[in-house]
Design a binder for this molecule. Structure first.
Ligand SMILES: Nc1ncnc2c1ncn2[C@@H]1O[C@H](COP(=O)(O)OP(=O)(O)OP(=O)(O)O)[C@@H](O)[C@H]1O
Ligand SMILES: [Mg+2]
Length: 244
């Protein structure tokens, strides 16, 4: 059974149709990369998947259960999210940011949460920074805390919304490296990113979203070497041209 299945999802804001008839499936351990112009609905798509926003029509299933039938707390635990701007609490240390959900959502004891948090901070290369506050961390370190926080909940799927696009160029690599490790370790990931080297080497499939529709979707080789639509070729070509 697919881990995630979207069936004919529509979403509008007012008169604006932001997602139109979006359907796709992901299997466990897949890495799906979503690309598309600004305003094409990428963030909205992720927000529909974890029910930060409701779809107007169509269905979304997680492991065979419609997400409406999953308790919201449960859904938030089963689907992790990594944001462009980190969304860390500035008054909490790196460890505090990671333990918060473990304590509040999973009800772990302080000691247990601390141990789980430290394991995941170690996993993203931040064992030495557990006691640092976000203001004391670089952007790349902050984003790795964000990833550790998502991982700590042991989710079935992690959503990434442009996790490197607010980082200075020299800090992007360390975050992509962590994401690459996760992918190799079998974490199921749905990533909005325009990092084309990452997409080409890690993605199971790339989806090109254009004006709220899936214009084209396929394995990286197909989209990069043999795209069906001129628009896909132009878009990917432009992104590849921007690569450092
Ligand atoms: N909460 C909202 N209320 C009204 N309109 C919204 C809302 N969220 C998004 N939109 C509109 O929906 C469209 C798609 O937005 P979305 O953020 O999903 O695009 P995106 O592909 O993620 O763009 P970007 O690359 O700039 O992040 C945009 O026109 C946006 O203005
Ligand atoms: Mg967006």
């Amino acid at each position: 059974m697919s881990l995630l299945r979207l069936e004919n999802v529509d979403k509008s804001y007012g008169d604006e149709e932001v997602l139109r008839d979006v359907s796709f499936e992901m299997q466990r351990q897949d890495v799906e990369v979503i690309v598309g112009p600004s305003g094409s609905g990428k963030s909205t798509l992720l927000r529909c998947v974890n029910r930060l926003t409701e779809v107007d029509d169509g269905k979304i299933h997680l492991d065979g259960t419609e997400i409406h039938d999953i308790d919201e707390n449960d859904l938030r635990r089963r689907i992790g999210m990594v944001f462009q701007d980190f969304n860390l609490f500035s008054h909490l240390t790196a460890r505090g940011n990671v333990t918060l959900g473990l304590r509040q959502v999973l009800g772990m004891s302080k000691e247990e949460a601390r141990s789980v948090a430290d394991d995941h901070l170690d996993q993203v290369g931040l064992a030495d920074q557990a006691d640092s506050y976000p203001a004391e961390l670089s952007g790349g370190q902050k984003q790795r805390v964000g990833i550790a926080r998502a991982l700590a909940m042991d989710p079935e799927l992690i959503l990434f919304d442009e996790p490197t696009s607010s980082l200075d160029p020299e800090l992007i690599g360390e975050v992509l490296e962590v994401m690459r490790d996760l992918a190799e370790g079998g974490t199921t990931m749905l990533c909005v990113t325009h990092e084309m080297d990452f997409a080409r080497s890690v993605a199971t499939r790339i989806t090109f979203l254009d004006e709220g529709r899936i214009l084209e979707r396929g394995p990286p080789e197909q989209l990069f070497e043999d795209a069906e639509h001129e628009r896909t070729r132009q878009f990917l070509g432009r992104l590849a041209g921007l690569e450092r």
